[in-house]
Design a protein around this ligand. Structure first.
Ligand SMILES: [Zn+2]
Length: 70
């Protein structure tokens, strides 16, 4: 069994809905890169934020993949 279970898979280009609204009014962030830390760009104002995977998962409500699954 893997020791760590990831609740969400983040991939470049995904749109993530967060629990908290950004001051600009948007709750949606685009994933710029996903490694041990996730870089997000706010879809409302373009602000860039970096979160650890742990914190990102805590704040995430939903992940919309940028590409449909094949
Ligand atoms: Zn914003």
């Amino acid at each position: 069994m893997p020791g760590k279970f990831f609740r969400y898979q983040y991939a470049e280009g995904d749109i993530v809905t967060m629990k908290k609204q950004h001051p600009c009014g948007s709750k949606q962030w685009e994933v710029l890169s996903a490694e041990s830390e996730i870089r997000f760009k706010c879809c409302g104002c373009g602000h860039i934020a970096t979160l650890s995977r742990n914190n990102a998962e805590k704040s995430t409500v939903a992940v919309e993949p940028s590409r449909p699954k094949e």
